[in-house]
Design a protein around this ligand. Structure first.
Ligand SMILES: Nc1ncnc2c1ncn2[C@@H]1O[C@H](COP(=O)(O)OP(=O)(O)OP(=O)(O)O)[C@@H](O)[C@H]1O
Length: 287
């Protein structure tokens, strides 16, 4: 490996990235050519695509959370770029799922290592997702979290109660997959590529990020106690309030626009989502 483009999100996880950049620069000194792209939160995708074109990296090294990994994947996926991850987000859902080590040195070793997994990409709403997208109450929580500018797990926790008080859930949805359409009421419908939320909660026991399929997870009901437990990573999901459909593509319709998120990034409100899986479309370095 000769050239590494490090993509740094300065605000993710409320972590100061300066010492991390210094340490990576020190560890890679005279080993690889390192270029740093710092995200601004505005128009990053086009600027990153341009930087990739100019610099021609062998690998993208993401220093951020799920949103920053999503950005790197979106900019690099048509070029089949290899991605390494230094998990520096609030929740780090994808990194948790891929068992990326938490210590910087170990994560860096993995991120620049030879062990690559071809991961499925979900094409969804003119964008892509690698981890978990959903429409309903979790996206409402993320929308409130983004507005409040409080990051970290505590930020999610603080937003839980107001979100639950304000929500109009359950909503009426229809889900079309595998030549069948289901109509039901639910508090949220998730499109999942892998097993866990960043809190460590397994929301999708059948999920495998490289099996060429996605799981549609319908959360029919969830009481406040269960939601708080879920955020704390305690709940074992049971079929009374959850239904899972395995598929390669899905259309989800809601009776009215409902909050929607992809990999922790709020995507406004929508009443119509189409998603399909592109098997093994991006390579991520794993332990
Ligand atoms: N310089 C910046 N200033 C403000 N916002 C930024 C900046 N750079 C990126 N962002 C925003 O950061 C968000 C992505 O953050 P990311 O998901 O990586 O971290 P996180 O939210 O702390 O962690 P996680 O997603 O793992 O919970 C995007 O919404 C992006 O627009």
């Amino acid at each position: 490996m000769k050239k590494v483009l490090m993509i740094v999100n300065p605000i993710s996880g409320n972590i100061d990235k300066f010492p991390i950049i210094k340490q990576v620069q020190h560890l890679l000194h005279q080993k690889v050519e390192l270029c740093i792209f710092t995200t601004s939160g505005d128009g990053d995708i086009r600027l990153l695509e341009l930087r990739i074109q100019e610099f021609g990296p062998d690998r993208l090294l993401v220093v951020g959370g799920d949103g920053t990994i999503k950005l790197a994947a979106e900019a690099g996926y048509k070029k089949m770029m290899e991605i390494g991850i230094l998990p520096m987000g609030s929740a780090n859902g994808l990194a948790t799922d891929l068992d990326i080590p938490k210590s910087l040195e170990q994560a860096l070793q993995v991120a620049l290592g030879k062990n690559l997994m071809a991961v499925d990409v979900i094409e969804i709403a003119d964008s892509i997702g690698l981890h978990i997208s959903d429409i309903g109450i979790n996206a409402e929580l993320i929308a409130n979290f983004s507005q409040n500018k409080i990051r970290g797990h505590f930020g999610y926790f603080l937003n839980t109660i107001p979100t639950l008080l304000r929500t109009k859930a359950p909503y009426k949805f229809s889900v079309s997959a595998n030549n069948k359409t289901l109509h039901f009421k639910a508090i949220m419908v998730a499109i999942a590529n892998s097993k866990k939320f960043g809190t460590g909660t397994i929301i999708n026991p059948e999920g495998k990020i490289n099996d060429g399929e996605i799981e549609i997870i319908i959360f029919k009901k969830l009481d406040i106690v269960n939601i708080l437990k879920t955020i704390g990573g305690e709940v074992k999901l049971n079929s009374d309030f959850v239904e899972i459909i395995k598929t390669k593509e899905v259309t989800i319709k809601a009776e009215r626009p409902v909050d929607f998120q992809i990999d922790g990034e709020h995507f406004g409100q929508t009443s119509n989502i189409y998603a399909c899986v592109k098997p093994g479309a991006i390579k991520i370095a794993i332990p």
